[in-house]
Design a protein around this ligand. Structure first.
Ligand code: ZN
Length: 143
């Protein structure tokens, strides 16, 4: 199995069996984002305690890239300090521009499987949707 096939399998796995799927009771922040270009929708909810993202849940529908990316983001960021989550979002942004080092890619875990999306300009918004929702949830929770 080559790398492209492995990546493809990870994307299919996350889109079919999304991690952290569902809703939270009394979340600290919630954000619903649409990608009208593709019809993707993500509703992300988080809980924050002691500077860490302690709970994450999302619901959504749309293309497999948008749903897999949100699942990968949720799994990766769960339990991590807010500052680290912000850094991961920033690395993911740069991956979509093709501006990351191998070391940074490692930090993204399964989400590094979406590296190839940068070649398809129309799909970048799909991949970014869940990460943008997380970024806006963090802003809400810090207010
Ligand atoms: Zn999409």
């Amino acid at each position: 199995m080559d790398t492209d096939e492995l990546y493809q399998e990870l994307i299919v796995d996350h889109s079919k069996n999304p991690r952290c799927f569902g809703t939270l009771i009394s979340p600290d922040a919630t954000k619903n984002l649409l990608n009208p270009l593709c019809g993707d929708n993500v509703n992300l909810e988080i809980k924050v305690r002691d500077g860490k993202v302690t709970k994450i849940a999302f619901e959504g529908h749309g293309c497999s890239i948008s749903q897999a990316s949100t699942s990968m983001m949720s799994e990766l960021c769960l339990g991590k300090p807010i500052e680290e989550v912000k850094e991961l979002i920033e690395i993911f942004h740069r991956m979509m521009k093709g501006e990351v080092s191998e070391e940074e890619l490692d930090k993204l875990g399964d989400a590094s499987a979406l590296q190839g999306v940068q070649r398809f300009a129309a799909r970048i918004k799909c991949a970014m949707l869940g990460w943008e929702a997380m970024s806006q949830c963090l802003e809400q929770s810090s207010q």
